[in-house]
Ligand binder design. Structure first.
Ligand code: V47
Length: 371
């Protein structure tokens, strides 16, 4: 039989980067861009997986969670968002606190062992400071065993403005009401160029980072996100990652980074298309390699689909998110994944990706290891 010789690393540009990764050295902006530009997907995945395993062993995490979106009525104007509605527009809704509690009760029934509720929604023009605080307060009072992960940095700024309070005071009130941590939404892409184009009214990158750092200083953990695959350049993605890495150097309060794959349906971005499998896997892997100070990288199955999310567990991700149950933001923008994956299925996805499924709570305390 003819001998087949294949170089282990096909892209010679990756050799010095691999040396740095394997010796634990921090990668530069230029190296991040090279990683995005390489076609040597398997080397990229191998390196990211090596880093993930160094940080988390063979574990891949999931949780039993639900999302609740109290309203889609939003004064925001983000062009990538297909979920927002103006007040009075067809399809606009707002839940009362009682409806939120009832939903949570039904979802807990359907989802035994529930440990987390993720609450984010629109910037409702009529809701007052107390209304936002009261949602957290009532949820926590009625479901004390459930961790409340609520309100993106954008919402926190909005709530603070509504109450004429500082971000710090607002966070302190939310903590008193029962807030457990902050989700990563609203990060989008930090580039001013892109924010001007897609969401000029939104908090700036600096504000997003400052709100997260304030939360960290108050003892809260948070997650970070990056919405990718719309009009941003690869350089802008790497810049986003480096700015998160710098913020994490300061406070260490970020738990997980979640790259969010852009969904184009019903959005206001002309010509935008769905992200591809290769781009999604590259983005997961480059995130793992650049964010050397983030403990976890999440492959959010709602946006990646179950198949790519599973493969991402070999490309640097160590978390697949949770059971979810109801999800509205991606659904409005053409989601192809469903909204609910039962726990057994998450365990199967993780096992078949060659990892040990670990059920966690929001703060990564282990609930159960499925050996
Ligand atoms: O902030 C909006 C994004 C985010 C679209 O912290 C879109 O654990 C794709 O942040 N296509 C909300 N994405 C989701 C989010 C999240 C999800 C799961 C877990 C966590 C966590 C955070 O969704 C928004 C925005 O960046 N988004 N529109 C769209 N068309």
């Amino acid at each position: 039989m003819e001998e087949v010789t294949v170089p282990l690393i096909r892209d010679p540009e990756l050799i010095p980067i691999a040396d740095k990764v394997l010796s634990g050295e921090r990668l530069s902006f230029e190296e991040g861009v090279k990683l995005f530009r390489t076609n040597d997907l398997l080397t990229l995945g191998m390196l990211a997986n090596a880093v993930a395993e160094k940080k988390n062993g063979n574990f891949a995490y999931f949780n039993v969670n639900v999302h609740i979106t109290p309203t889609n009525i939003c004064v925001g104007t983000c062009k990538f968002c297909a979920f927002k509605k103006k007040k009075g527009e067809e399809g606009a809704y707002e839940l009362t606190v009682e409806e939120i509690l009832r939903k949570l009760s039904v979802y807990r029934e359907r989802n035994p062992g529930l440990t987390e509720v993720h609450i984010v929604g629109g910037l409702h023009p009529d809701w007052e400071y107390e209304d936002f605080i009261n949602i957290v307060k009532q949820v926590k009072a009625n479901f004390p065993e459930i961790h409340v992960k609520a309100y993106t940095a954008e919402e926190i700024k909005y709530i603070a403005e509504k109450g004429g309070k500082s971000v710090e005071e607002t966070l302190m009130d939310l903590i008193e009401a029962g807030l457990g941590s902050i989700p990563g939404g609203g990060g989008e892409i930090f580039s001013t160029r892109v924010r001007q184009k897609l969401c000029p009214d939104k908090i700036t990158a600096e504000e997003y980072l400052e709100i997260h750092k304030t939360a960290h200083r108050l003892g809260l953990k948070s997650n970070a996100t990056m919405l990718f695959g719309h009009v941003e350049s690869l350089e802008e993605r790497v810049d986003h990652l480096i700015r998160l890495r710098e913020a994490q150097d300061e406070t260490g309060g970020f738990q997980t980074f979640i790259p969010l794959a852009f969904h184009p349906v019903n959005t206001e971005i002309p010509g935008a298309s769905f992200t591809t499998g290769v781009d999604e896997l590259k983005t997961i892997a480059v995130s793992r390699l650049m964010l050397d100070n983030f403990p976890h990288i999440k492959a959010y199955w709602i946006m990646l689909g179950e198949k790519v999310a599973q493969i991402a567990l070999q490309f640097g991700a160590d978390d697949i998110d949770g059971t979810v149950v109801e999800e509205d933001i991606t659904q409005a923008a053409g989601a192809r994944a469903g909204q609910f994956i039962p726990k057994d299925r998450l365990i199967k996805l993780i096992r078949e990706a060659g990892k040990i499924p670990v059920e966690r709570d929001t703060l990564y305390n282990i609930v159960k290891i499925y050996q």
